[in-house]
Ligand binder design. Structure first.
Ligand code: SAM
Length: 291
């Protein structure tokens, strides 16, 4: 069990499983909500310098200050790597940030979200309006349940599936294995793309390598994009990208936000150049993941 704790005015993230021997701390001004759902401990606090922060089972999920980095890359890399993504599935993503970015794409006809814990959505709706703004979107449909189970009943339905899950401990454990990626593959339409939260090259390189090798058994194109984000362990997290179309290339966007959308989308991290360089990794990671 994580020993993350709130000491005095500080929240410290401690997890033997996810980031052994290190900890990231944020100065706290106020605890705004704290509850135990059926699946996890939920904490929402006002930090001194990172805005509001959502924590699940002792692990930081989003902060208002830097969440845009992760949400924009996890959405716009797969979406702009696909010629015309109309049907989108989000697994997890209870804070709403992924959904907020998906609905910016006019080509999207429908987006379904399968989130196991409705309490996370409730907390985000109440305290994180900048993340949960799209839960009322007309193209959106919410399903409360386990993503693993949901996918078993959906074949050949989606152009893009984004798995925005917590770490592979607790309810999200099943979302990081080969069986899950087989279900993802089955749920895609021709030429479909998946993008999953891919952990950190500084902490989980062996895990990422094993997962990518499993994906290579299923998909002709597999890549890993790196995202710089201070509030995740080591300040870096990745997206594991898989494509059914052998022509898919995650290192060169097929499409880009045009003049108009670019200005209305309020992007602060994603650009076509960031997209095309995100999969270029430091040598130690490149050697481990691609040799
Ligand atoms: N961006 C964060 C990260 O990278 O760690 C994740 C944010 S989001 C809050 C993670 C969500 O995954 C949570 O709302 C959690 O309830 C959900 N989740 C965990 N396991 C799940 C499962 N098996 N099926 C569906 N949702 C799941």
């Amino acid at each position: 069990m994580d020993e993350s704790r709130k000491t005095g005015q500080w929240f410290s993230e401690v997890s033997k499983e996810t980031c052994p021997g290190q900890s990231f701390s944020l100065e706290m001004d106020d605890v705004l909500d704290q509850r135990k759902s059926k699946y996890q401990d939920i904490l929402l606090f006002q930090s001194r310098t990172y805005g509001k922060v959502l924590v699940l089972d002792g692990m930081i999920q989003v902060t208002e200050r830097d969440e845009f980095a992760y949400q924009e890359m996890m959405v716009h890399m797969p979406m702009f790597s696909h010629p015309n993504p109309q049907k989108v599935l989000i697994v997890g993503g209870g804070d709403g940030g992924i959904l907020r970015e998906v609905v910016k794409h006019d080509c999207v006809q429908s987006v379904v979200q399968c989130e196991i814990d409705e309490e996370v959505i409730n907390v985000s709706r109440k305290f994180l309006p900048s993340l949960s703004s799209a839960f009322e979107h007309p193209k959106f449909k919410l399903h409360i349940g386990d993503g693993f189970e949901f996918l078993k009943n959906h074949q050949g339905e989606f152009d893009v599936i984004i798995t925005d899950s917590s770490d592979p401990v607790g309810p999200a454990e099943g979302l990081f294995g080969a069986a899950y990626y087989q279900l993802l593959k089955n749920a895609l339409r021709t030429g479909g793309i998946v993008c999953s939260q891919g952990e950190s090259i500084w902490l989980h390189l062996d895990f990422i390598k094993r997962l990518m090798n499993s994906c290579r058994e299923l998909f002709p194109v597999v890549d890993y994009a790196s995202i710089s984000i201070p509030s995740y362990p080591c300040g870096q997290i990745g997206a594991i990208l898989c494509g059914l179309n052998p022509q898919t290339n995650f290192r060169s966007a097929l499409r880009a936000p045009d003049e108009h959308t670019g200005s209305t989308w309020n992007l602060r991290y994603y650009t076509p150049r960031v997209h095309s360089t995100a999969c270029i990794l430091p040598l130690f990671a490149e050697k481990e993941l691609f040799s």
